[in-house]
Design a protein around this ligand. Structure first.
Ligand SMILES: NC(=O)c1ccc[n+]([C@@H]2O[C@H](COP(=O)([O-])OP(=O)(O)OC[C@H]3O[C@@H](n4cnc5c(N)ncnc54)[C@H](O)[C@@H]3O)[C@@H](O)[C@H]2O)c1
Length: 486
């Protein structure tokens, strides 16, 4: 099929490369000419593992190109994806300016030569499928008023569930594909488009093997409104799950329980599941905060105040403050102290800083008069560019970050941080304090390395050991130590 994808950010660039890899002819369009120039050189506009490799594979088959103008590609396409940003407005509602501009331009580019499907992949409030249809029609009316009746199209909602850092694998091997549409013909075109993915009928690219046992991917077909709601409900649930783990961790810390053990213990319950239960400094990123705000806003428009959603936002914001409290408990005065933040990106394997806890923590520390240093394997150039106002020192290595610092804080759980020589870091610091905001290290190993260590929801004192010999217990299968994730 001929496909156009509007927007080449995290969602658009990955969607375009994957659909092209599956055999479609894809043109990715972006109004940002510098992004298109980079893409034409084979460079991904964002840091996303495997994206450049996949783009190269797709381009070598001749099925992927890039443009700044929508009119030509849209006119030749069977399917046109909208993957533009929908950031929050100050009141919490989604800013639909980019979506509206894209929908109107699609209408202006259409002619009567074929039936087209306009697919909304951006995360948008319920009702936007209808809005897109209206805007496309308005675009047609403005550009070709006489052809209004001969131009036919359908609108689909196809929310995206990829995770930054694993976006390519998530797109090639998704748990499900959700498509909302009003007519069977539109749905059928979407089925044809995704058939290679649904049947997993493609050669996995090198380095991204198909997960064991994956033979097919279900398509969930729904109404437009349900598809839009599925995306918000999924993100609200995931954010709430992390928030729940953080709440439990805060209680664990007070009663002397080990949150990593507690989460491993509840995660084995198949009704709960073990993912998204890692306590930490709170979630961040471009989606959770803005999507919950937008859902709250939509609910309020319908006269419903969702207390659970509001609590999710409040719990998360308090969790970021927890780092400051832990530093104060240990150092008392933060003014003039040097604090090193290990990690800037909101999660590993991305350079995305949108709503990153690191920025919130750095801002608070600077307000309190602390000196802030940072080190991140990939996100430092993005931070320098996006936040020139932040008076922080960028360090090229964790060693430079630690030298003569008063405390280190793990903010992002980059796997490479696990291999750090903790003893050398502790030795080089003015005060060997480690606030492990991601429970990346074992408390025992950090203590042995010379650190005054504190994690999230971890017992402050070593547990009293029972001196009496342990009774012989029947073999009960998993022991507590096998439940420990660290
Ligand atoms: N980032 C994620 O992990 C993720 C996951 C799932 C869903 N989403 C949703 O997908 C949507 C896109 O997110 P993103 O992170 O890719 O955004 P992004 O900001 O990284 O990219 C959006 C791109 O759209 C371009 N654009 C805006 N208006 C345009 C227009 N009229 N014509 C052409 N290009 C235009 C921008 O220049 C930009 O490059 C959002 O609604 C988001 O909520 C994001």
């Amino acid at each position: 099929m001929r496909v156009t994808v509007i927007g080449t950010g995290y969602v658009g660039a990955v969607t375009g490369a994957c659909l092209s890899y599956l055999g479609h002819h894809v043109t990715c369009v972006d109004s940002d000419a510098s992004k298109i120039a980079r893409l034409r050189r084979g460079e991904a506009p964002i840091y996303e593992p495997f994206l450049e490799e996949l783009m190269a594979l797709a381009a070598s088959r001749g099925g992927l190109d890039f443009a700044t103008e929508l009119a030509g590609p849209a006119a030749e396409s069977d399917v046109i994806f909208i993957a533009v940003g929908t950031p929050s407005l100050p009141g919490g509602e989604a800013n639909l300016t980019y979506l509206e501009a894209a929908a109107r331009s699609i209408g202006a580019a259409m002619d009567g030569s074929r039936y087209r499907v306009v697919v909304n992949k951006s995360t948008v409030p319920v009702g936007c499928g209808n809005l897109v249809e209206t805007l496309v029609r308005e675009g047609i009316d403005e550009a070709r008023p006489s052809e209004r009746r001969t131009i036919s199209f359908g609108v689909a909602s196809n929310p995206e569930f990829l995770r930054e850092g694993t976006a390519v694998a998530d797109s090639l091997y998704p748990d499900r594909i959700v498509v909302g549409a009003g007519e069977e013909h539109t749905l059928e075109i979407m089925r044809q488009l995704y058939l290679p993915l649904m049947a997993q009928r493609f050669e996995p690219p090198a380095g991204l093997p198909r997960p064991a046992g994956l033979t097919s991917v279900p398509m969930v077909s729904t109404s437009l409104t349900s598809a839009e709601m599925i995306k918000y409900a999924a993100n609200a649930f995931l954010a709430m799950k992390i928030g729940f783990a953080n709440e439990m961790a805060n209680i664990c810390e007070r009663v002397g329980a080990e949150s990593t053990e507690v989460m491993a213990g509840i995660g084995l319950d198949s009704r709960i599941g073990s993912k998204f239960l890692n306590p930490g400094v709170g979630w961040g990123g471009s989606c959770f905060g803005k999507d919950i705000q937008a859902l709250l806003h939509t609910a309020l428009e319908y006269g419903y105040d969702s207390k659970l959603l509001r609590a999710s936002l409040e719990v998360n914001s308090a969790q970021r403050q927890m780092v400051i409290q832990k530093l104060q408990e240990r150092l008392y005065i933060l003014k003039g102290r040097t604090i090193g933040l290990l990690g800037l990106a909101f999660k590993p394997d991305t350079d995305d800083l949108r709503d990153a806890p690191s920025l919130h923590i750095a801002e608070r520390l600077l307000q309190m008069g602390a000196r802030v240093r940072v080190h991140d394997p990939v996100a430092m150039p993005a931070c320098r560019e996006q936040r020139p106002d932040l008076k922080i020192r960028y360090c090229d290595s964790p060693e430079e970050l630690a030298a003569d610092a008063d405390a280190l804080v793990v903010v992002t759980e980059w796997p490479r941080f696990r291999a750090l020589d903790l003893a050398a870091l502790a030795h080089s610091m003015a005060c060997p304090i480690l606030v492990d905001g991601r429970n990346l290290f074992s408390p025992e190993i950090a203590h042995a390395a010379g650190f005054d260590y504190t994690g999230v929801g971890r017992a402050a004192r070593p547990r009293a050991t029972n001196k009496a010999p342990a009774p012989d217990l029947p073999d009960a299968g998993a022991t507590i130590s096998t439940l420990r994730p660290v």
